[in-house]
Write a protein that binds this ligand. Structure first.
Ligand code: PAF
Length: 279
């Protein structure tokens, strides 16, 4: 039975009791509208911890676009049913006032790694992520926290956060889970029209093709330019970025002299998709 907890005080009591019995607590922070990607994180948490908390909180502070916040899918009853089936111990679903009570005045802001890519297109986004993750780590007191590699930059940001602030939680990155046709799972996918859903898997296909050509020796910029053209041809809208970056530090990369990832963000109608792959 998954217990739904809405206050930090109640959660703290529960976690304190677990810890007194020597249990290791794992947390999976989410914004709900759960899919198999989230459930794979819950499974990893189950395997690597004695007790599992999944947090569901649509964090207003990380949305730079109010319409995106408004349209963000929410279905707590469905989320709870999925978590029950995974044997998750607690669904922590605080209200906005619980996380940001009157007078809340703290922002956790990380420089450097937050600036390119998502940071450049979603000003303030990572301040919101870093602030809410700091709060969720404090509220849950978990020893391990599980994040998807789909949000590669977010994973790097959270790792930086816990190192810089000595937060006693180990961050575990877990592989991106994809639909059978290659589309990376995302809560936003439900907002794609049928026509756009049919186009969406081309993103992963085109990225893989470009990565293969770079590995074969084509200069990265040429491969990326061809990929941008192929995406436009497939029917995608504006491409916010399609870039090669170093795995560590997300510095711009022009070749494979160190481990790199290809990262993309682009639009299909009013839905913004992001993806990344190892090159
Ligand atoms: O990846 C997400 O769903 C969110 O950014 C997170 C980590 C739950 C913080 O709100």
């Amino acid at each position: 039975m998954t217990q739904v907890i809405r206050t930090a005080a109640e959660l703290r009591e529960k976690v304190a009791a677990w810890k007194r019995s020597g249990m290791l607590v794992g947390v999976v922070p989410t914004m709900g509208a759960l899919h198999d990607g989230h459930l794979s994180l819950a499974r990893a948490a189950r395997e690597q911890s004695d007790r599992v908390i999944v947090t569901v909180f649509v964090n207003p502070m990380q949305f730079n676009n109010p319409a995106d916040l408004e349209k963000y899918p929410r279905d707590e009853a469905h989320d709870l049913a999925l978590l029950e089936a995974e044997g998750v111990d607690v669904l922590f679903a605080p209200g906005v006032d619980e996380v940001y009570p009157d007078g809340f005045a703290t922002t956790v802001s990380i420089t450097g790694i937050t600036e390119p890519l998502e940071g450049a297109f979603r000003p303030g986004h990572f301040d919101g992520v870093a602030t809410v993750c700091s709060k969720l780590f404090g509220m849950t007191q978990a020893g391990r926290a599980f994040f998807g590699e789909k949000d590669w930059q977010q994973l790097q940001v959270v790792q930086r956060l816990v190192r810089d602030l000595n937060i006693p939680v180990r961050i575990i990155g877990c592989p991106t889970i994809r639909e059978a046709d290659g589309l990376a799972m995302s809560s936003r996918n439900v907002r794609l029209s049928d026509a756009h859903r049919a186009i969406a898997p081309r993103l992963h296909e085109v990225m893989q093709g470009a990565a293969a050509r770079i590995r074969e020796g084509l200069p990265a910029e040429a491969a990326l330019n061809d990929a941008r053209a192929a995406l436009a041809e497939a029917g995608f809208g504006a491409i916010d970025y399609l870039e090669l970056r170093t795995v560590e530090g997300l510095r711009p990369a022009a070749d494979l002299s160190e481990p790199v990832r290809m990262l993309a963000a682009l639009w299909l109608g009013d839905v913004r998709l992001i993806d990344n792959i190892a090159v």
